[in-house]
Design a protein around this ligand. Structure first.
Ligand code: UTP
Length: 459
């Protein structure tokens, strides 16, 4: 019985409220929420086990990074061709993580439905799906798209894809899977009540991707399809170069298990994690865990030593994920202290300090024997939508997208007014080479905002 289970788990306060039949608690909700709770794990976390501990960091060196200039060198072609070959042979899956709460953006809907493109107002989900469609057409193969959601946004995300006819993708090749949830707890380990009358729970972090892939049978699907490499990215970056063949080729040919893209940090204090070699292992040092000796480390000329900012784009071997999820190898949990909107004993809205437990995908990096790190240019590949205004916002992301597309046209000799917004559909061209190859005959001068659609798209 429900009360008994709660008492056994030390959650007497909730058992008592249920016994008292208080109107603000929903028995059904609590029951449903409890089915998701891994009690032994929560007990371990509350007791201080399974938690992430900063390694002692005896020796911290900058990561070995393949510079962005490599992409335009003749040596890059072998790797690009290798990546293209894997795409053509259907060996690559795209995986977007979209289970987060998007709290900084302050919207109720899933982040993927946010309209971000500068002229056409396309949603993040639309842009990613159209890129996958364009790639599948280019390579004459199928690139399955795996979308990680969480309980808070799964139904809405699926509906959005269905309403938009999967943006042209074959619905059988779009695989939604739901990540795990954990209850937030007080510092004493008590569950908190949500304002909807259930337990206050949070998604288990982007590190939950690995277990969620396994538990939802996605690794089996990938296995059956012959997928070798997973191209992992976050839903909130509209500039991501989905399934970049150069990155895939470099990673694959080096025998890497998990690889990363980085951009040069804007300055010493940009709040982003950096990739570094810590005691011989590649790992991300989070901004919050970074001491000043790393943050401000500079060479003799004053240049930043740890400039390799992680942008959460990875290629991960499928068999590495299988190894990670086999047996009981788990990523450690990070603790974050949050103000939780809850209800007091009388059912009045209240706020309480609570602990949220999460795992991070990049904690798998030091577990990979081999890993490569590739630098890319921020203005070409990273314009995340985290906030409404300011840095990394909807506003800045829109103008970065427009600036990039504008630069491609200007290279073709087109003149545009400084205020003109430009957007190029992924279904027309995915990069500057495709624009240059496909866009002969554009007017020399363009005065109004410009949207260039794909051939089978409405103008
Ligand atoms: P962020 O950490 O930026 O979080 O996630 P967020 O949920 O988008 O926004 P805030 O922090 O609440 O404002 C980076 C990416 O990881 C995904 C998010 O959906 C986003 O694509 N993510 C994060 C998950 O899929 N699951 C999680 O549990 C956490």
């Amino acid at each position: 019985m429900l009360e008994k289970r709660l008492l056994e788990a030390g959650q007497n306060h909730i058992a008592r409220l249920l016994e008292d039949r208080v109107p603000f608690l929903s028995r059904e909700r609590i029951e449903e929420d409890l089915t998701l709770v891994d009690f032994p794990l929560i007990q371990q976390l509350v007791n201080g086990n399974c938690l992430y501990e900063e390694p002692p960091k005896k020796e911290v060196a900058p990561a070995e990074v393949i510079p962005a200039s490599f992409a335009s060198s003749p040596g890059a072609n072998t790797y690009r061709t290798r990546g293209e070959d894997l795409l053509r042979r259907g060996r690559v899956a795209a995986l977007v993580v979209a289970g987060g709460q998007g709290s900084r953006l302050g919207i109720e809907a899933p982040k993927g439905v946010v309209k971000v493109s500068p002229v056409r107002d396309k949603s993040l989900f639309c842009l990613h799906a159209q890129k996958v469609l364009a790639l599948s057409r280019n390579y004459g193969s199928t690139i399955p798209l795996f979308i990680m959601t969480s309980r808070i946004n799964d139904a809405q995300s699926r509906e959005f894809f269905a309403e938009h006819a999967y943006f042209g993708l074959d619905p059988d090749e779009v695989h939604f899977f739901v990540q795990g949830m954990l209850p937030s707890v007080t510092p004493e380990g008590k569950f908190l009540i949500s304002r909807e009358g259930g337990l206050f729970m949070n998604p288990d972090g982007h590190g939950g991707t690995f277990l969620a892939l396994q538990k939802n049978g996605c690794l089996d699907i990938m296995h059956e399809k012959g997928i070798e490499e997973i191209f992992y990215f976050q839903v909130d970056n509209p500039l991501v170069k989905v399934c970049d063949p150069l990155f895939i080729g470099l990673h694959h040919e080096s025998g890497a298990r998990m690889s990363s893209k980085v951009v040069r940090k804007r300055g010493f204090e940009e709040k982003v994690g950096v990739i570094a070699r810590v005691d011989g292992k590649t790992r991300v040092i989070e901004y919050s865990d970074m001491g000043d000796e790393i943050r401000y480390a500079a060479d003799e000329g004053g240049a930043m030593l740890h400039w390799a900012g992680s942008i959460a784009i990875h290629v991960i071997r499928r068999d590495f994920v299988e190894t990670l999820t086999r047996g009981d190898l788990r990523l450690s949990f990070h603790k974050a202290l949050k103000t939780i909107p809850t209800l007091d004993e009388k059912g009045n809205p209240a706020e309480e300090k609570g602990i949220k437990f999460e795992t991070f995908i990049f904690d798998a990096l030091p577990l990979a024997d081999t890993s490569i790190t590739l630098e890319v240019l921020r203005e070409e590949e990273f314009a995340p939508v985290k906030n409404m205004t300011g840095e990394d916002s909807l506003e800045s992301s829109r103008s970065m997208q427009s600036d990039l597309y504008r630069s491609w046209l200007e290279e073709l000799g087109v003149r545009l007014k400084p205020t003109t917004l430009v957007e190029i559909s992924p279904l027309l061209a995915l990069d500057r080479q495709e624009v240059h190859a496909r866009m002969a005959g554009l007017p020399r001068e363009i005065e109004t905002d410009l949207y260039l659609p794909g051939l089978d798209e409405e103008p």
